[in-house]
Design a protein around this ligand. Structure first.
Ligand SMILES: Cc1cc2nc3c(=O)[nH]c(=O)nc-3n(C[C@H](O)[C@H](O)[C@H](O)COP(=O)(O)O)c2cc1C
Length: 321
């Protein structure tokens, strides 16, 4: 394997997500480069401290008809992939060969019931993943999105998964892309109370784009999920709302990150780590080391030793939710 390109000065970038220690705060987001081991390894070589797999279920899914990804504004995209995946049995060798390189792998799971989520999680845990991320939030697989907006359903899924992995593998919950912040807070509180170790905010936002000549939706599935810089202020507000509400487990921010400044914003709002998805597609896999170098420069310029010192340090006097 090619040697990993180090960030210019990594010293202030190490972070912890509960018991998980990472060399820097950037993680590959689910669904982007994560379909095969080669993509996961490429993101790590590009500087990601950990990688999240494509969401995987018990059975294979073919996904939605094309087009599945369209460009919207600048670096922002819409996708309606429909979570195509080969099913957990077929996918395990990709995960195992990534873990062999000592890359921290987070396994993303879906299910049609708490039992299905837990069965996938058990197999991911057995393969040696560093954590499990529950996708209760995909906006173009309606049942998942509805699940993730319902605190009771999230309680049931998280309780079952935490019990079945016997508390040995940390369980993260990925929240739906939504501006219903009070609902997101309730779901987050439910996840935390049920034993989740971290929250990931947010998945793509439900959206629609139309071709005005054919008058048809641009995406094959019609509706899709918006990602990239267009969603960044929404995800940052979600992180801030969760932090303000007193959520004690770490919050991992995701949505629209392209630069080190974006990461600093997420930390100030209350994030302890970040994920990058669309930015990898539009800027390439070295986005992780570029972002880390920019964070190091910011820390140096501002006399800050550790990025973790910035968590929740927004000056929001006078701002209320
Ligand atoms: C092409 C594409 C595929 C995605 N697939 C998944 C997926 O399988 N599971 C998941 O939890 N999120 C998936 N996402 C959502 C991302 O992980 C991320 O939450 C979202 O795109 C916002 O971050 P970004 O703006 O950095 O992309 C996908 C996003 C994109 C653009």
């Amino acid at each position: 394997m090619a040697p990993k390109k180090p960030a210019k000065n990594n010293s202030g970038l190490a972070i912890k997500i509960g018991s998980i220690e990472l060399a820097n705060p950037t993680i590959l987001a689910s669904g982007v480069l994560g379909v095969a081991a080669g993509g996961l390894i490429r993101a790590w070589q590009g500087g990601a401290a950990a990688v999240v797999t494509k969401t995987v279920g018990i059975e294979s899914r073919t996904g939605h008809p094309g087009p599945r990804i369209v460009g919207i504004y600048g670096d922002s995209l819409m996708n309606a992939m429909g979570i195509p995946n080969p099913g957990i049995q077929e996918y395990l060798p990709e995960i195992e060969s990534t873990i062999k390189h000592e890359i921290p792998v987070i396994g993303s799971a879906l299910g049609n019931s708490p039992d299905e989520f837990a069965s996938v999680a058990e197999q991911l845990a057995k393969a040696g993943v560093t954590a499990i991320e529950l996708n209760v939030s995909c906006p173009h697989v309606g049942s998942l999105y509805l699940l993730g907006m319902d605190p009771q359903s999230v309680t049931e899924v998280v309780t079952e998964v935490v019990q079945r992995v016997k508390g040995k593998t940390p369980v993260w919950v990925k929240l739906p892309g939504s501006t219903d912040y009070p609902c997101l807070v309730k779901v987050a509180q439910a996840a935390e109370a049920a034993g989740a170790s971290a929250l990931v905010a947010l998945n793509t936002l439900p959206a629609l784009a139309i071709d005005i000549e054919s008058r048809r939706p641009l995406l094959g599935a019609g509706i899709g999920g918006l990602s990239g810089p267009a969603v960044k202020p929404i995800a940052i507000r979600a992180v801030w709302e969760l932090h303000q509400a007193g959520i004690a487990i770490p919050i991992i921010g995701v949505g629209g990150i392209l630069t080190g400044s974006d990461v600093i914003e997420y930390f100030l709002a209350g994030a302890s780590a970040v994920q990058i998805g669309t930015g990898v597609l539009t800027r390439g896999s070295t986005i992780f080391s570029n972002v880390c170098n920019e964070i190091s420069d910011y820390l140096k310029e501002h006399g800050i030793n550790q990025i973790s010192e910035l968590v929740g340090r927004i000056n929001d006097a006078g701002v209320s939710s």
